[in-house]
Design a protein around this ligand. Sequence first.
Ligand code: GAL
Length: 442
Amino acid sequence: MKHTLKVTFSVLTATGLLLSACSSTTKTPEASKQPNTDNKPVATQQAAKKEVEIFSWWTGAGEEAGLKELIRLFKMKNQDIEVINAAVAGGAGTNAKAVLASRMQGGDPPGTFQVHGGAELNSGWVAADKVQPLNDLYEQEGWKDKFPKDLIELVSKGDKIYSVPVNIHRGNVTFYNKKVFESNGLQPPKTFDEFFKVADALQAKGITPLALGDKEPWAATMLFENVLLGHMGADGYKDLFSGKVSFDDLKVKESLEIFKKMLTYANKDHAARNWQDAAQLVAKGEAAMNVMGDWEKGYFTTDLKLKPNEEFGWTPTPNSEGSFMVVTDTFALPKGVKDPNTVKEFLKVLGSVEGQDAFNPLKGSIPARVDADVSKYDVYGKQTIEDFKKAKLAPSLAHGSAASEGFSTQVNQAITVFVTKGDVNQAAAAFKQAASSNGISK
Ligand code: GAL
């Protein structure tokens, strides 16, 4: 791995996260209750019952298959532990994060919860003193050299490790419909110039060049962060979050111009679609390309049963070959959990080779562990595992790693306004303001 992922974060409280929530959680017991066959009072039996509640936003198509497989594996190994799948729908944690904040604040933490490595964990839950260090588990399981060093750093503060990564998603991928490209004699674009040439050619044939589903604003932020990565390079991109380069820098404004031009090639109903709806446009050949994290690969192969390299193809987003936008899903152990040892039993499976190889081939991500079984991954997975080793890594803003939740929320708002108004100076000023009010210095 060529590059450290760490940018300098200022320590912020999790105030942004600890807002009260508005939706409620559906808890699904994954194990059927044992019948009362002996004559012990029910209350005694319940008191002895072990359970683990897993909180995430992985519900529905394109999201839940990996988690369910992981739970199945865990149940096989731990028949005495009931699993409560407390997932809250909404891509990128749109609703789940607020529900989690409310539960944590109200003293009702889940057993374990999904959290992105980096700022979301460190400037959020660690700074707010809401999670427990897991060094003992890492020691006991011999994990310290089983995850890339950079990844362990992303889930650590000082010498304490606070969560267990289950995967690494790549965020800078253009997925495309192979048939649409081939039948129109087009090559997937590697640069912005090529993107616009291809987009013009597609438009001339009446095909929507770019599928977008930004009903949840993070999807537009994700497209923009990939433009920043392509236009500024991984180092330039990271300089923004360390405060070295200002968010109203000329390069940021140029990136906004490129982003604005890209938006003119998107489906008109983008604000009514979520990421799966946008992915479907590509799957059906109604649109040619979609910029998304590789959970879309999971959606295509696991849910839509499309064949990689036949029915869909992929290429890094323009100008980002050699860079890897890192989105890592990790699981943390909150303070105040009734039975931390039972939760650790789940984390052990999640952090094991077997657990990661059960989860990731379905989810579209690559294993976080360095010693996973590569033969379990398809052509996309194998290639991505190799790319990850060589690439310059960059932490995703839209998915919590680059900056605090407070900052990403404000950027999402500014992007939403930009998508409709297209005012470059206004957006850059809003980013700059958000950076200064969230402790990113310039
Ligand atoms: C990301 C998460 C992925 C995937 C995606 C869409 O934040 O890391 O695992 O679930 O959101 O919801």
